[in-house]
Design a protein around this ligand. Structure first.
Ligand SMILES: [Zn+2]
Length: 222
């Protein structure tokens, strides 16, 4: 019944549908993609699942473990062996009392930076920022991301594939049971910026999924 607008071959419609499924983007949430990518292809001839199926599953698990190890490795590289977990106090070299933070920040930025809240997806004007410049911590003003590392992830949160040297610390975040994540904090004030996932583009393969409320943009001087 359905026909391609440009040709009459039904397979073209199926190809387009498959292509649209491939373009589905990840969200700034715990990654569950690994368990959703079952092939669902029956074995030919109705034979029992071949040993290759188990090998393929092991291979998928191995690849996922390697990606997780990558983020863990980055954490070790940038923070040293004493990386704290997400419940560690947010006390960096720039410190204020909780009352002072409340006074310095807007209520929404306070909720993100000091209480690790997540802003509503698609709500940040920084999603649309395309100019050359630097994205800085809204808590302390430290430069965090170069505009060159920004990319369109399709998640609704400002996303970057790399971070400026020594700008952040990475901590393990187990606030959601069975969904370990890696939290990204501003190194200097320990404000919560977002999370990093091992599904970003080249050259790093990382996706820093940030809250726009935790950042502000400093355009490059002409
Ligand atoms: Zn900061």
């Amino acid at each position: 019944m359905s026909a391609c607008a440009s040709c009459s071959h039904p397979h073209a419609v199926a190809a387009r549908r498959a292509a649209s499924q491939r373009t589905r983007r990840p969200a700034c949430r715990p990654m569950v993609a690994a368990q959703a990518h079952q092939t669902g292809q029956p074995a030919t001839g109705g034979t029992p699942p071949p040993p290759a199926a188990a090998a393929a599953a092991a291979d998928r698990a191995s690849r996922r473990a390697a990606l997780v190890a990558l983020v863990a490795g980055v954490a070790a590289l940038r923070t040293g062996p004493a990386a704290a977990n997400a419940k560690a106090p947010r006390e960096g070299e720039i410190r204020f009392t909780d009352a002072e933070w409340r006074q310095r920040l807007t209520p929404d930025s306070y909720a993100v930076l000091r209480r690790a809240a997540t802003e509503q997806r698609g709500s940040s004007p920084l999603n649309y920022e395309k100019r050359a410049g630097t994205f800085c911590c809204a808590g302390c003003g430290s430069p965090v991301f170069p505009s060159e590392a920004k990319f369109e992830s399709g998640t609704g949160w400002p996303s970057f594939y790399d971070v400026l040297p020594d700008a952040v610390t990475l901590t393990s975040d187990s606030s959601i049971p069975f969904m370990p994540r890696t939290e990204v904090r501003c190194r200097r004030c320990q404000g919560h910026l977002g999370h990093v996932f091992p599904d970003g583009p080249a050259p790093t393969g990382l996706r820093y999924c940030m809250n726009g409320l935790a950042l502000y943009f400093e355009p490059q001087q002409a």
